[in-house]
Write a new protein. Structure first.
Length: 243
């Protein structure tokens, strides 16, 4: 399990406690990108797929793989890139003994509030905007929504996914999702008596998040592994109950 470290947003000066996400290596051992605690996080103003991946070495089998660059979304709307120690830099000494990991590959852990009866969510790697929509569709189905479909051409309403009981908007851009997207989604859900769900790759603007909380719209942030994480109470509630 990765250790938490303090992170201060250079834009709004808020302090956060951040822990790098843990992923399963091919050998089954849990792997977390080693964070550079002395380096300052940088706001992400421009994304490239190359910059969004880092090389990480498994301490159990020495295998090197590409994993998503650790990021932290601040409530002010800034997305921070958390520096990672290069594989060529020796790691600090660890404890003398540690439990050996299971040799059976595990999947990315479910959110804490997820119901126990669900199987592990199997995400898809996000490399394009369409991958982001696909990942969101899989997640909605994992939550229990049936017959979720993706239109071939995105409608004027901006709704990317629709099912009998759900409408969803997926924002794959590099800017925090704004207030307009939240309100448009809410109106579409209201008109069809459906649950409205919003997914974003770059987090949410303050006013958008506040409005979503008022309207009870679940907000999720996705990283490049395609695994959504809840960022507000309605999202936690959606995960903890069957759709």
């Amino acid at each position: 399990m990765s250790k938490s470290m303090p992170v201060r947003c250079p834009v709004c000066r808020r302090d956060h406690l951040y822990a790098a996400p843990v992923y399963p290596c091919a050998c089954g051992a849990p792997v977390a990108p080693p964070l550079l605690r002395a380096a300052r996080p940088e706001p992400i103003t421009h994304r490239t797929w190359t910059d969004d991946w880092v090389t990480v070495r498994c301490t159990e089998c020495e295998r090197k793989d590409q994993w998503p660059q650790p990021e932290l979304g601040c409530p002010c709307g800034t997305v921070l890139r958390i520096p990672v120690r290069p594989v060529s830099t020796p790691a600090p000494p660890g404890p003398a003994e540690r439990p050996r990991p299971s040799r059976h590959p595990s999947h990315i852990p479910l959110p804490r509030t997820a119901v126990v009866s669900r199987p592990s969510f199997r995400p898809v790697t996000i490399r394009t905007a369409r991958d982001a929509v696909t990942a969101a569709a899989l997640y909605l189905k994992w939550l229990g929504f049936r017959d979720v479909i993706q239109p071939e051409v995105r409608p004027v309403s901006g709704i990317d996914l629709r099912g009998p009981d759900v409408v969803a908007l997926v924002d794959p851009t590099t800017r925090p999702t704004g207030l307009r997207a939240v309100e448009c989604l809410w109106l579409n859900g209201l008109s069809s008596s459906s649950t409205s769900v919003l997914f974003s790759l770059a987090g949410y603007a303050d006013d958008a998040r506040a409005r979503a909380d008022q309207l009870g719209i679940p907000l999720f942030v996705m990283d490049l592994t395609g695994c959504p994480q809840p960022v507000n109470a309605p999202a936690d509630e959606l995960i903890s109950t069957d759709a």
